[in-house]
Write a protein that binds this ligand. Structure first.
Ligand code: SF4
Ligand code: SF4
Ligand code: SF4
Length: 316
């Protein structure tokens, strides 16, 4: 798949079909990748596909001018479709290099599993439904489901639905795992007061770095409401109350656009369980409106139309 990607990307640049290729190259740290954005066909030799291609690259599409060939996993391709629905990206300006995705490895889960820091690990490889971890000359095997990101354990569509070139055979979801929604179900099982205390504590730790917003393809406003000064919706100081308002508002803004790619939670430097909000909103959107984000590029975005049968009187 990796070699095919390199060949396809090189051909797209050589034939002038795209101005940029956006993919992944090896990161500077072990077991990491970093986005590669290039116009140079010789750079395509650095493209990689491996269990660590974590970023949702759709985020770059609203920044680049011209035609873009972009590597997209299942959730990323849905983010691209969602951007097309919102007229943020033109379909003809994107060549989607689809990656059937068997799930991305969460290194913090690997570290916990073997009780080692990532720098102490010699290798982490995927072999079918197992992960093989070598450290200090010792090799351990675990079910792959023990090390995938929670959102990958609940992934509905790992194979891109919208693509121009599919780089491998379609793959099936790993199967909805109880772990995928464990944090959310735990929160749902407590009283509203306990839940309030939980989020108060969590958002007291937020440093308002905006990493969660900046990595999110669904957060595409040129000027975010948190940066408005007239009116000033939230103070720049990271008080827990304002941090909570920021996240609640962000969640409403991405409702019907969020594809449960998990990037916001992964990017948070203080490990706030943001997916407990975004995945819950994703499910509520599904239940209330029978709508899944990024499924149909020709469908109207969820929040831009209404039906005569809407439950709420005010909208009719
Ligand atoms: S959510 Fe699905 S498509 Fe996205 S990275 Fe995880 S397994 Fe891959
Ligand atoms: S990434 Fe985490 S710390 Fe940064 S603004 Fe978002 S919730 Fe706060
Ligand atoms: S809100 Fe989070 S999970 Fe949803 S699309 Fe944005 S980054 Fe991905």
């Amino acid at each position: 798949m990796e070699q095919r990607l390199r060949n396809e990307a090189q051909t797209l640049l050589e034939q002038g079909k795209v101005d940029y290729i956006v993919g992944f190259e090896p990161g500077s740290l072990k077991f990491t990748t970093t986005p590669l954005i290039t116009k140079d066909k010789s750079d395509t030799a650095r493209l990689v596909i491996n269990p660590f291609i974590v970023n949702n690259l759709a985020n770059f599409l609203t920044e680049l001018q011209g035609r873009v060939g972009i590597v997209a996993k299942g959730c990323d391709s849905r983010s691209i479709v969602s951007l097309i629905q919102d007229n943020k990206v033109a379909r003809e300006d994107v060549v989607i290099l689809g990656v059937p995705c068997p799930g991305i490895v969460d290194l913090s889960k690997v570290e916990k599993l073997v009780g080692k820091d990532r720098d102490e690990l010699d290798s982490v490889t995927r072999e079918g439904d197992k992960v093989v971890i070598t450290t200090d000359g010792r090799t351990d095997e675990f079910p792959i489901t023990e090390v995938l990101f929670d959102n990958c354990l609940g992934c509905e569509l790992p194979t891109p639905q919208e693509y121009d070139i599919l780089l491998g055979e379609p793959t099936s979801p790993v199967g909805e795992s109880a772990v995928s929604k464990a944090k959310i179900d735990q929160l749902k099982g407590v009283s509203p007061q306990e839940r309030w205390e939980f989020w108060k504590n969590e958002f007291s730790r937020c440093i308002r770095c905006y990493a969660c917003r900046n990595v999110c393809p669904a957060c595409f406003c040129r000027r975010c409401f948190v940066e408005e000064s007239e009116p000033q919706w939230v103070l720049p100081t990271p008080l827990w109350q304002d941090n909570l308002i920021f996240q609640v508002t962000r969640n409403i803004h991405v409702a019907g656009r969020c594809t449960d790619c998990g990037e916001c939670e992964r990017a948070c430097p203080v490990n706030i369980p943001l997916r407990s909000l975004t995945k819950e909103m994703y499910d509520i959107v599904g239940e209330l409106f029978q709508f899944k984000s990024g499924m149909d590029k020709d469908a109207a975005p969820l929040m831009t139309h209404y039906e005569q049968e809407e439950a709420e009187e005010f909208i009719r």
